[in-house]
Design a protein around this ligand. Structure first.
Ligand SMILES: [Zn+2]
Ligand SMILES: [Zn+2]
Length: 338
């Protein structure tokens, strides 16, 4: 069987460097509680190498922040925005559905669809808003990231099937009340997890990369113990150098994995095997599930060096690693086509 590797990230190369970063961050320039310098300082001092400032409809100037906190090879602040689209839907319990999209590395503000009076646009579907906003983000030199699809139970698979390829998809958001895991309500309405939505896209042949991010708003309130703080979800990007351009290139290629606490030393993926080397912490134990088309479990492997031998008919192969304390890491898929 001839398998063509369509989406081979920069995995398994020699001399890799992993850079830890957060692609979804708010400050007092929107609805965060702390000024950009406080926010950037937090990430700089907590083991991150990059952070993307993604305000609602505001482009924070990252040049002065890089002047203070940036350091070659150590830390970079990247520009961005969250396009805060919501769509009127009288059938939805809250009357509106949230269709937020981050623009990573954007160079200008992208306004969400509104009517001339500034009210939410009517007669626009979530899918139509995604198509328009992703195109606008790309026109502003950004990479699009679909955010928190399950927040207020807003997004369904049918809203996502028309998405373009090479897109980031937030499979884990660190804020409270995001409903990452999905669920069934008392009336029997089923919403899949964000990760399952990702599988639905991959199963349809979409090349979409899974992201975990903080969506952090709370730095000062954090000290009062009232809100969920930063540092809960991030990505580890493999790039040759630490520049905004290098991170953008790696994001577009899917050369990264997502994490809520499990760290990997290496992910080597080819059309014949996926081999993962997990960084052991303390006496934690690890379990790796290899997932294929339809979200199907291909293998469930214990230990810190799980390996899966690719048959070629799986559609795609990705891995999710869980430690014995419930922390996670997700690799990107290797997409296979016969
Ligand atoms: Zn949002
Ligand atoms: Zn946000």
């Amino acid at each position: 069987m001839l398998c063509v590797l369509l989406a081979q990230p920069l995995l398994g190369q020699t001399a890799p460097r992993w850079y830890r970063g957060n692609t979804h961050t708010h400050t007092i320039n929107a609805d965060g509680d702390a000024s950009p310098d406080v926010v950037v300082r937090w990430y700089r001092e907590h083991g991150y190498q990059f952070v993307v400032i993604t305000e609602h409809e505001f482009l924070t100037d990252v040049a002065p922040l890089n002047g203070i906190f940036g350091a070659p090879g150590r830390f970079v602040v990247m520009s961005g925005q969250e396009v805060t689209q919501y769509v009127v839907d009288s059938a939805h319990p809250s009357g509106r559905r949230q269709a937020h999209v981050n623009g990573i590395g954007t160079t200008r503000v992208v306004m969400p669809l509104r009517d001339p009076a500034g009210r939410p646009a009517r007669g626009v579907s979530v899918a139509e808003s995604y198509a328009r906003n992703i195109a606008a983000i790309r026109a502003a030199a950004g990479i699009a990231q679909i955010n928190h699809p399950n927040w207020t139970w807003s997004v369904r698979v049918s809203d996502l099937v028309q998405l373009p390829d090479t897109l980031l998809f937030e499979i884990w958001n660190g804020q409270a009340g995001i409903q990452n895991l999905g669920g069934t309500d008392d009336a029997g309405n089923v919403a899949p997890s964000s990760e399952s939505l990702w599988d639905s896209l991959l199963t349809r042949g979409k090349v979409v990369w899974g992201v975990a991010s903080d969506d952090s708003h709370d730095f000062l309130r954090l000290e009062e113990g009232r809100e969920k703080g930063p540092g809960r979800a991030w990505i580890m990007v493999r790039a040759d150098t630490l520049t905004s351009d290098a991170i953008m290139t790696a994001l577009a290629r899917g050369a990264f994995y997502a994490s809520t606490g499990v760290l990997l030393s290496d992910v080597a993926a080819s059309d014949t095997a996926m081999t993962i080397t997990i960084q052991r912490r303390g006496d934690n134990r690890y379990r790796t599930r290899f997932i294929g088309r339809g979200g199907r479990l291909l293998a469930d492997v214990p230990g810190t060096r799980p390996r899966y031998r690719v048959r070629g008919d799986e559609g795609y192969v990705r891995a999710v690693i869980t430690d014995s304390n419930g922390l996670l890491a997700w690799t990107q898929p290797v997409v296979l086509r016969k």
